[in-house]
Design a protein around this ligand. Sequence first.
Ligand code: UDX
Ligand code: UDX
Length: 463
Amino acid sequence: MKIKSICCIGAGYVGGPTMSVIAQKNPQLKVTVVDINADRIAAWNCKDLAQLPIFEPGLDKVVGEARGQNLFFSTEVDKAIDEAEMIFISVNTPTKTYGAGKGMAADLQYVELCARQIAKVSKSDKIVVEKSTLPVKTAEAIKDILDNTGNGIHFEILSNPEFLAEGTAIQDLEAPDRVLIGGEPTETGQEAIEVLKNIYATWVPESQIITTNLWSSELSKLTANAFLAQRVSSINALTELCEKTGANITEVANAIGTDSRIGSKFLNASVGFGGSCFQKDILNLVYICKSLGLNQAADYWEQVVIMNNHQRTRFANQIVKALYGTVADKKIVFFGWAFKKNTNDTRESAAIYIADKLIEEHAQIQVYDPKVTALQMQSDLNYLNSRSEPENAKYLTTHSDPYDAVAGAHALAIITEWDEFKTYDWRKIYDNMSKPAFIFDGRNLLNRSALESIGFLYRGIGQ
Ligand code: UDX
Ligand code: UDX
């Protein structure tokens, strides 16, 4: 069975790019993306494709091709729900900041609101697809709400978790390793799986579309992120040992990565992982294990997050220690604020925590990032609630030119692995800085011997 119209609630980093690619690959399908945030929708509808609310390489081209043809962005949530035969839920599911499970469980209030709204508005049978990452068994709650508050029509629930990584979202959507669809074993459940499968099958080989039951699909998403994050924490857990023994983490990573059983990806030592998913999903897994009394499993996975926090703190402490034990009133420049390259997303970026710790020591932080706005950086810092907003504004300033940013600085920290940093005139940067000029390369991105020959005191991670 083929359908004519779908909608997606949530025009964020996941909903926006995913629906754009689905629309581009399915010209006969009407795709409407709705969001309660009118500014965000206005930006998605902006004529100038450089002004899209999300920076993602290749996204402008896809939106340019499909928008106005079969891809629409709107704030009219009820209308879109009513028209669509299939509704994707792609709203945010942050870690709870209150009540039971505070700091660990997923806050499902937006998902629940979506379910209630779908139930209220729908006049014909619908397939509801969970796109947001959700704790295992959430589908049950969504189904309960739909069945008990709806207008007596039939709802089928699918889980179709997203595996795209920011910065490569379009590539990941166009050529995914796999698409995962979970559904119920009933006849209608299997039919719903087929409907969604047909949408992806317009460009994804059928052998790469995996179907499972609902719970396996929900848990697979958490598990995939937990495994990826675990690799980063595992390699980071060895960096301190390398620094103490004279081993070099890059050499170790290369050596182990050539073992095909281990593989070479996700072995880059860093200031710690960030992004909206890793920490949230692992904490979710930990919370679920704990609530089922599985304490050893919970402790095992929690250690991945504990290690990540340690890596951020360690990086900040190293800077203070190297700068003779005090950074008060010293200028420390950050190159990069985003949680990784090729995105303007800063959620859970190590930069925020490292800046916070250095500001505690009264350092002046000056940041240059090619894509992140000054407003975003301030709001990230304010969100931590460590000090007042005017104080944060006093300690953190943003520069639009990297060479200006380093003027008079005592140290420079590479936080994000933006490619452009490798092409800079490092002699000019050295000349602009206070001496001795330190570089703390939190990504092992730059050429150590070239920088040392200029005169920099270079400190990598795990070397
Ligand atoms: C989201 C989830 O955070 C993540 O768990 C999941 O894996 C994918 O979807 P993302 O797209 O990155 O990730 O979130 P975000 O950029 O915050 O977008 C969510 C959008 O939903 C926002 O634009 C928000 O305005 C919108 N929203 C939220 C609604 O339209 N209605 C709501 O009730 C709540
Ligand atoms: C992740 C998953 O990769 C994706 O499949 C899922 O759908 C959402 O979560 P994302 O958070 O966008 O994607 O970025 P990812 O590329 O996984 O990087 C996460 C963090 O780990 C970044 O801060 C990155 O810099 C860091 N990282 C990654 C390392 O520090 N070292 C590595 O070797 C790899």
